[in-house]
Design a binder for this molecule. Sequence first.
Ligand code: PAF
Length: 294
Amino acid sequence: MISDNAVSGAKTQVLDSIEAVRVWRHNAMKSGERVGFVPTMGALHEGHLTLMRQARAECDRVVASIFVNPLQFGPKEDFGRYPRTFESDLQMMSQAGVDAVFFPSEQEMYPDGRESVTRVVPNPELADCLEGHFRPGFFTGVATVVAKLFNIILPEAAFFGEKDYQQLQVVSRLARDLNLPIQIVPVKTVRELDGLAMSSRNVYLGEEQRLLAPLLYKTLTSVKDAAQSGKLSLQEALERGRNELMVMPGLELQYLEARNGDTFLAVTDFELPTVFLVAAKLKEVRLIDNIVAR
Ligand code: PAF
């Protein structure tokens, strides 16, 4: 069912307090509507809009959130300079047919201070490797804020991009382990024409780094193709990919790994589905990407 908002192009309603969300949610509940939720940190791009359009297509009401969650940033990371573009985000959300956006202050989310908040510790097998290894505490920060947002919004479905594949695994497992009655819906990565996965952090890329960045997707594709076609073993394909990236000046490879696409467990041989994941720093900008062989 399409809501009035999508039809009329009405403005997205801004909900800046938990109390305002409760009232909005209560009204949706009264009319038996299915609420779809898209959590974001703002600085919206086509990738986010795809999540929102999918929520729009599958749900009666769509609510997004914009909250740059300090709990998921390390002390040396970019919390302070993370792009904050609320006015243009709001316009984009209105065009994508988002009914309401929860836009809380840090005080609203962490009234007793972020340091003292009860943490949600995600499954360590999923959360301690790859991103979790390079960004200690990141997934605890994500799991904590996502659990809080779920409890505030009480959505029937929540939409997460495959671009953050490990995050999607962590959140799906969180919902399952805590018996949250929320369907976690994965949404395909949206790419620029040259293959670069869309990300709010792409705006940090200088001219040189921007030219180099599509190499990550190119390498992922050739590693996947070599392993899937049987031309190389999985380990050989990964090794070749790593070697290609490691010799690139200006690119600092952090990992290029393969995991089972469903369980996220390590794989030694190619199997279906396999997800190939990469992280690299281009000067100070850290990019991640992945590709799934299904
Ligand atoms: O993917 C993101 O933007 C964030 O990690 C999320 C899910 C909004 C939690 O802060």
